[in-house]
Design a protein around this ligand. Structure first.
Ligand code: TYD
Length: 135
């Protein structure tokens, strides 16, 4: 599976690090929504869905976590452990997030507003859609 990661150059100096991300210059889409996941309890696995239209960039800005990706044909496990590295997740991609370290913060940059109708939450429906649409 083709995994697309973005590396954002840190503007580091003797005070520490700073990363700036500008919509459409540094990302393949304009950001409409930002959310973040934190205080994740040990052993939690979350996500378990795909999106019809939404594209996202996931950045573990503190700590680390792993992302399970599934395009209906292949799967991949991706570790996010760098605050200046983003994982691109295209639409029609099943994802699960797991192995959050204590205190991990997962920042998500999203191409669309929150829309429950955009979610595919049933894995069998996801596989059916991939097959029927020849994705
Ligand atoms: P949920 O979809 O369960 O998160 P995940 O897929 O990461 O396991 O979302 C948790 C709750 O937050 C759910 O009630 C929907 C709500 N939510 C919003 O209101 N806006 C958002 O942008 C997102 C991502 C979730």
């Amino acid at each position: 599976m083709n995994i697309t990661k973005y590396t954002f150059p840190p503007h580091g100096d003797d005070r520490g690090q700073l990363v700036a991300i500008e919509a459409t210059k540094d990302l393949p889409f304009a950001i409409k929504r930002v959310y973040y996941i934190y205080d994740t309890l040990p052993g939690v696995r979350r996500g378990f869905h795909a999106h019809r239209n939404l594209q996202q960039i996931l950045i573990c800005v503190s700590g680390s976590c792993k992302i399970h990706l599934d395009d209906g044909h292949d799967t991949a496990e991706v570790t996010l452990d760098k605050p200046n590295e983003g994982l691109y997740i295209a639409n029609n991609m099943w994802r699960e997030m797991y192995d959050f370290t204590p205190g991990a913060v997962l920042l998500v940059l999203a191409s669309e507003y929150y829309d429950e109708a955009d979610y595919i939450r049933n894995y069998e429906d996801f596989l059916k859609m991939v097959q029927e649409e020849g994705l």
